[in-house]
Design a protein around this ligand. Structure first.
Ligand code: GTP
Length: 419
């Protein structure tokens, strides 16, 4: 058959003459997504009282965090970081969102906060591990995804620069999660102070090589998306205020905000703070990108490192069709290799044991020989001493003449004749 392609291996652009229907595919995805709903898991990190609950409730316009029970005045403060999570099903225009917010009470509240990042990192990694374990199951029809899609890190509005705890936390976590640092309680700084503070924070983040989540445009983005991304980028790190209360404006309308003797500050005013940009990025324009970045970049890196550390080897991407006969043969060979390896190991252990036994026997034989030699020396010494004694005794006893012997005999006779 004659090839219709002049571009071996590549795809050719073909002009269509009518409507066949595949351009409706995005709508199919849209329908399925709306039907199934979405999951989004957000973690909030920052010291106690910095405004985490207020901001989350403001962001989702719902009471996600209920009022915390006041601790009795003499109660012990929380020791270390605790990790709690709460989920809520929320709906907007028929689209369902299963939102999970993971809170980290106790972070930054101890006298020594050196290792405050550790339980949080462990929690993020354990979620990756749980996902990896599910992926490796035979039946993967129901994988529950509890991976963290973004961490909102609350920076204290000090007006100075990043503190050691902020730097340590972000450096430890930036390769594991999408970091969204924000300046909390932005209304406590003047506009000028805030601008300078944001510049310092960005400089510190760059200096320490910390990766934070930033929207990026590519060649496929339309002009509107590019402009949106640019305007979000210009506000990073977002300086936000949160409020669950509504206040009255001079014109009588009610808005979400905070009231001061000098006037009101509106949460949803872009002139007053960056809350709108934060919400736009997290919920309106970049939720899917955050999820993709978690799945394709952060989790994928973690997974690769984990599998390599467990001794898995990269298959260089060669795809082979599943063939049961080939598979059985490969399994058999792998089993045989395993058995050979085990046999070799057992033989080595056996030989080592035999060698140990032999050297022990040789050692006791040498010990016995040495004892025997020692005893022989002692006995020879005793014998020569006795010989010497005998020789000396014989020398002191003079030999008698035959005459004397005769006299002695006669005397003996006389003695016995008296009886
Ligand atoms: P924990 O529950 O202890 O972890 O505190 P949290 O970080 O959740 O703080 P929370 O939201 O409970 O706010 C603590 C106090 O700060 C409350 O009185 C809030 O009204 C106030 N607050 C929250 N957000 C802001 C803000 O943007 N500006 C100002 N000035 N106060 C705020």
């Amino acid at each position: 058959m004659k090839s219709t392609s002049g571009n071996a291996g590549g795809a050719q652009k073909k002009k269509m003459h009518g409507y066949v229907g595949f351009s409706n595919y995005p709508n199919q995805i849209h329908r399925r997504s709306v039907k199934n709903g979405f999951n989004f898991t957000l973690m909030v990190v920052g010291e106690s009282g910095i405004g985490k609950s207020t901001l989350i409730n403001t962001l989702f316009d719902s009471k996600i965090f209920s009022d915390r029970e006041e601790l009795p005045p003499n109660a012990d403060p929380i020791k270390g970081v605790d990790i709690t999570s709460m989920s809520a099903d929320i709906q907007e225009n028929g689209v369902k969102l299963r939102l999970t917010v993971v809170d980290t009470p106790g972070f930054g509240d101890s006298i020594n906060n050196e290792d405050a990042w550790q339980p949080i990192l462990e929690n993020i990694e354990s979620r990756f591990d749980a996902y990896l374990a599910q992926e490796n199951r035979v039946n993967r029809s129901k994988i529950s995804d509890n991976r963290i899609d973004a961490v909102i890190y609350f920076v204290k509005p000090t007006g100075h620069c990043l503190r050691a705890i902020d730097i340590e936390f972000m450096k430890r976590l930036h390769t594991k999660v999408n970091l969204v640092p924000i300046v909390a309680k932005a209304d406590t700084l003047t506009a000028k102070e805030l601008e300078q503070f944001k510049t310092k924070l960005l400089a510190d983040i760059n200096y320490h090589g910390i990766q934070i989540f930033k929207p990026v445009s590519d060649e496929f983005d339309d002009a509107e998306t590019v402009a949106d991304n640019r305007s979000i980028l210009s506000k990073i790190p977002f300086a936000v205020i949160g409020s669950e209360k509504f206040v009255e404006r001079p014109d009588g309308t009610s808005v979400r905000g905070r009231s001061y003797p000098w006037g009101i500050i509106e949460v949803e005013s872009e002139e007053h703070n960056d809350f709108m940009k934060l919400r736009q990025m997290l919920l309106r324009t970049h939720m899917e990108e955050l999820k993709d970045s978690t799945d394709i970049v952060l989790y994928e890196n973690y997974r690769t490192q984990k599998l390599l550390s467990m001794g898995h080897v990269q298959d260089n991407g060669v795809f082979r069709e599943y063939n049961p006969v080939v598979q059985i043969e490969e399994d058999r060979r792998a089993h045989e290799a395993k058995m050979n390896k085990m046999e070799g190991e057992m033989t080595a252990v056996f030989q080592q044991k035999v060698q140990e036994k032999e050297s022990k026997l040789k050692q006791s034989e040498e010990e016995l020989y040495a004892r025997h030699k020692e005893m022989k020396t002692v006995l020879e010494k005793q014998r020569s001493e006795l010989d010497e004694k005998k020789r000396r005794a014989e020398a002191t006893v003079r030999p008698t003449t035959p005459m004397e012997q005769q006299t002695t005999k006669g005397k003996k006779k006389n003695i016995f004749s008296g009886f």
